[in-house]
Design a protein around this ligand. Structure first.
Ligand code: F6R
Length: 614
């Protein structure tokens, strides 16, 4: 996720900014840059890490000795590849305004067209560059404005999320900052102020901070700061004292990245859908595949290739696309696909799914499919990754960097992408406008439901306490929740080293039932959907063999409570939506079992975050 740092005061700004950017490295980024203000503005920015910026910044410091105002940014690409020109800060043509921005400007395309028609030229592919030109344009149109009011007016034209810092050599004594949906904090020092997207770059300078709220804009000078709403209403802000360690801040106050990422899921769900789910129009807008949508709809068959957790997301994608769009789908392990001389050709669409975009097997499957003439589309999280570059078209999940080795938020983001894809493929063909509205409404309700599940964390930890010493686990689900059973088992085994298997519940009687005894915990995903009655019978079968049943059930279901030793209730949802909810308690259960057993969940043995070897 992008990071912001700003400084105004009596120290030389460049070293403060560079150190701050290093503190933000844990968030993940692909390029970095700083702008210094000392009479004029100078910018250094480049693809790569902050250390790479250091030598150039030394030159910048020579050029601008004694600059005591500056802003810095680490970018995690969303719009436009990681590159020097897409890195922040962005400048206006005159070079007298500089902007750094976190978040996504949803209506950037319309704003960009308007600005181009006013004669503005864009250097980058980012949505963020729109902001600097918009401020410039509004300021030029109305000379009575100042940096603060021009920024405020610009933000009124903007839809989407932002945390931003603006400096201008026309008003060289201030930094204007604003927040909506993307955090910003002001650190209060002695005659100096620090600005950052989280407290990590601030703690070593001061423990007094002010958190901006959504819809607030602040003007920071070296004498003080004032905060108003975007509507220009003054705000009294509370000064908070930080009592966090740096390490805790990096993990957002959580013990591990994995837990942080599990808890990020409601906001990731918003980010994945942002600007794409157009409820009022009853459609989804998937920019990266728009030009190919007709060809995708005409596909004779879709083949999904992926590995691990991404493969599980692909299985749910199969159910979604077949149910809604009625296009036949096959899901293959990427490693199998490449070695089995698959039958694919120009009438097929191959979708490769990868969080990292660098998985060797998935990349090889992509190349095989391309050689055979299929249209290859990607679903990736890392912008500009090899898979993203080599696919003909695709969509980014916008889940932010995933640091924990066990994939969690990337999975939910992938499933939402596949759900939106299923809607796009169905529109005008297989389901009615009203059905699409209904489905998208349910999708939009997801983050609030996910939040409610996260509130069950302590109940899930108690269950983990009881079962942490088990030697084996069985995970059973049907329909949409069969892939979730696989995913729950994978999460447990990879971080706790307990043997776990996932099965379609009905398959149990064909073999695994032999394993059931009083020492075998069996996790049933038994939500109220079309397979509910069948799964109740499967629970009875396990119970009668003394298996210990933990059930994930729909709120209000008393029947399951009668049969299971422990029940984790999740909010009601229709079948196709449930995997996005049922997976969350399973992620938490795996996490707690692993940590109670003393395992290092962020660095599980034998595993790497990105598997770039065969
Ligand atoms: C499991 C996990 C792995 C990955 C797999 C594919 O928690 O993280 O199974 O899902 O290695 O990785 P990507 O999605 O990067 O291709």
């Amino acid at each position: 996720m992008c990071g912001i740092v700003g400084y105004i005061g009596w120290q030389e700004a460049a070293p403060v900014l560079l150190k701050g950017l290093k503190r933000l490295e844990y968030r993940g980024y692909d390029s970095a840059g700083i702008a210094l203000l000392n009479g004029t503005i100078s910018v250094m920015k480049q693809k790569g890490n902050v250390s790479g910026l250091e030598t150039d910044t030394a030159k910048l410091r020579e050029k601008m000795p004694g600059a005591t105002i500056g802003i810095g940014h680490t970018r995690w690409a969303t719009h436009g590849d990681p590159s020097d020109r897409n890195a922040h800060p962005h400048l206006n043509a005159a070079g007298d305004i500089a902007v750094i921005h976190n978040g996504i400007i949803e209506n950037y395309s319309a704003l960009k067209q308007e600005l181009i028609s006013e004669g503005y030229q864009f250097i980058s592919d980012t949505d963020s560059e729109v902001l600097v030109h918009l401020i410039d344009w509004l300021w030029k149109k109305d000379a009575s404005l100042d940096l603060e009011s021009a920024t405020r007016t610009a933000l009124r034209h903007v839809d989407g999320a932002y945390g931003l810092c603006v400096i201008s050599s026309r008003e060289p004594d201030r930094i204007v900052v604003a927040r909506k949906g993307s955090p910003l904090v002001i650190g209060i020092g002695e005659g100096e102020f620090f600005i950052a997207s989280d407290a990590a770059p601030i703690v070593e300078h001061t423990n007094k901070v002010v958190y901006l709220s959504d819809g607030e804009l602040a003007v920071v000078t070296k004498e003080g700061y004032s905060v108003k709403t975007i509507e220009n209403v003054e705000q009294e802000k509370l000064v908070t004292e930080l009592d966090f360690s740096l390490e805790k801040i990096e993990k957002g106050g959580f013990e591990h990245f994995m837990l942080k990422e599990i808890f990020e899921q409601p906001s990731v769900m918003h980010d994945v859908m942002r600007g794409r789910v157009r409820l009022e129009e009853g459609r989804v807008c998937l920019g990266g595949i728009e030009d190919y949508l007709d060809r995708l709809k005409q596909a004779k068959r879709i083949v999904i290739c992926a590995c691990g957790t991404s493969w599980h997301a692909g299985l749910i994608g199969e159910y979604l696309i077949e149910e809604f769009a009625r296009i036949p789908v096959e899901v293959d392990y990427a490693s199998e696909f490449r070695y089995r001389n698959p039958i694919v050709g120009k009438d097929d669409v191959v979708i490769v799914i990868s969080q990292s975009g660098e998985t060797a097997d998935t990349l090889a499957a992509l190349r095989t499919a391309k050689e055979k003439g299929a249209l290859v589309m990607g679903i990736c999280n890392v912008v500009g990754s090899t898979i993203a570059r080599e696919t003909l078209c695709g969509m980014y999940t916008h889940a932010g960097p995933e640091v924990g080795v066990a994939s969690t938020k990337a999975f939910t983001a992938q499933v939402i992408m596949l759900y939106m894809l299923a809607m796009a493929l169905s529109k005008g063909r297989t389901i009615s406008h009203d059905e699409i509205i209904l489905n998208l409404t349910e999708l939009a309700d997801l983050p609030a439901k996910a939040d409610r599940i996260l509130n069950l964390d302590s109940q899930i930890r108690d269950i983990a306490e009881r079962f942490k010493d088990a030697k084996n686990f069985l995970y059973l689900g049907r329909g949409y929740n069969f892939p979730v059973a696989l995913e729950g088992a994978l999460k447990l085994k990879e971080i706790s080293y307990i043997h776990a298997e996932g099965y379609p519940a009905a398959e149990m009687k064909h073999g695994p039932i032999a394993l059931i005894d009083e020492d075998m915990p069996v996790i049933f995903i038994a939500t109220r959907d079309s397979t509910y009655a069948k799964i109740l019978s499967n629970i009875e079968e396990v119970r009668s063999r003394k298996g210990r049943v933990i059930a994930i059930a729909s709120e209000g279901d008393k029947e399951v409570a009668r049969l299971a030793e422990h029940v984790i209730y999740i909010p009601q949802a229709s079948g196709p939506i449930t995997p996005l909810l049922t997976v969350i308690p399973l992620q938490l259960l795996a996490y707690h079992i692993a940590t109670l057993r003393g395992c290092n969940v962020d660095r599980p043995r034998n595993l790497a975050k990105s598997v770039t070897v065969e």
